[in-house]
Design a protein around this ligand. Structure first.
Ligand code: CP3
Length: 321
């Protein structure tokens, strides 16, 4: 899950030497190193590429920055039909060669039994940054665009879907063995708005990946109400946060796998409580295949890395039992 690295002293040391977050993403030797850090330390079964959901659009649109502690900031927000002209298709070789290079390096360095997960942003979450200009609580401008200019919104969502799709296909070509599409903020929508304004563009990404034969993971936060619709978007695995019991998620998503869902703040509990909560997650998943153990959302930077290592050990011990 995002930001496992942020809790690590080795990541912080590297960031002291390279304070600009985007520099690390743009330099394959650094991005590959940071991708490997949590794998070396925790012995997890999969690595997630070090990059950001905004990386492809950042390569296309000038004036997008990612501020640690604040997230993506877009200098001139997207609010009108004319803004669509600022969003041409992604040219992988020209726009994100460093992402492709990083994937290749990481794949070479990882052992065969550790998977590399590539990722991208879903149209709603990326659009929310572009339209609001940064992080939002209410998504007022985003929803206004959706309601007042539905054709402009639909075109924006489709273009963003195509950008993410191109980036994900390139990551798989370069060696990623699974892909995850993050729709972190989509829980803010009603079921009806999701179905009308977001599901079609999101489904386009998963359909466009179908021929690659890699597991496709779809992740959101606070999405209990959206799960039946998200299952229709076409991923193989649906990720849920700690608010939704995995057993319930399984019932809803049918024959798809589920991912999750330990609360990242549970890692601050006493060790025996952490262990019990990990056991609860596994028990809730039902001991059946088709569950990827994960946190329900990103690792908090203040997390003790040793607790994470322990969680991995407990999961491996119980998962093998
Ligand atoms: O863990 C990893 O390093 C994997 C790579 C990864 C990052 N961002 C690196 C990153 C992944 C998978 C993401 C996805 C991402 N980026 C999402 C979706 C997942 C989620 O957690 O919801 C979102 C919404 C973003 C946009 C974004 N980028 C946010 C909200 C932030 C956090 C700002 C903050 O510091 O609170 C970022 C910056 C970011 N992306 C960091 C990392 C490691 C932190 C920068 C730093 O301090 O090093």
């Amino acid at each position: 899950m995002r930001q496992a690295g942020r809790s690590l002293p080795e990541y912080r040391r590297l960031r002291e030497e390279h304070p600009a977050f985007s520099d690390v993403i743009h330099r394959p030797e650094l991005a590959a190193e940071v991708t490997m850090q949590p794998v070396r330390r925790h012995g997890v079964d999969a690595a997630i590429l070090f990059s950001d959901i905004m990386t492809p659009v950042q390569a296309i649109v000038p004036g997008i920055d990612i501020h640690p502690g604040k997230g993506p900031v877009v200098e001139t927000p997207f609010r009108t039909k004319a803004d669509l002209d600022r969003l041409r298709p992604l040219d992988v070789d020209r726009d994100i060669p460093y992402v492709v290079d990083t994937v290749g390096r990481v794949r070479n360095e990882l052992s065969d039994d550790v998977a590399l997960i590539g990722f991208g942003g879903a149209p709603f979450t990326i659009a929310s940054y572009l339209v609001e200009g940064g992080k939002s609580r209410e998504y007022r401008h985003t929803k206004t665009l959706m309601y007042a200019q539905p054709e402009v919104w639909a075109e924006l969502a489709d273009r963003l879907a195509d950008i993410t799709l191109a980036s994900l296909r390139a990551q798989v070509d370069a060696g990623a063995q699974a892909v995850q599409v993050f729709d972190s903020w989509v829980g803010a929508l009603s079921v009806s708005d999701y179905r009308t304004h977001v599901l079609p563009a999101t489904a386009r990404i998963f359909a466009g990946l179908a021929d690659l034969d890699v597991p496709r993971i779809h992740f959101g936060v606070g999405t209990a109400h959206l799960l039946p619709s998200m299952a229709e978007a076409g991923a193989d695995v649906v990720g849920v946060d700690w608010r939704t019991p995995l057993a319930e998620a399984r019932r809803i998503v049918g024959d798809r796998a589920v991912q999750g869902n330990l609360d990242p703040t549970a890692l601050f509990a006493p060790p025996e409580v952490v262990d019990a909560k990990v056991r609860d997650v596994l028990a809730d998943a039902g001991g059946e295949p088709g569950h990827i153990f994960n946190l329900g959302w990103g690792v908090l930077p203040e997390t003790d890395p040793e607790v994470l290592t322990r969680v991995v050990k407990v999961v491996h011990a119980l998962g093998a039992a």
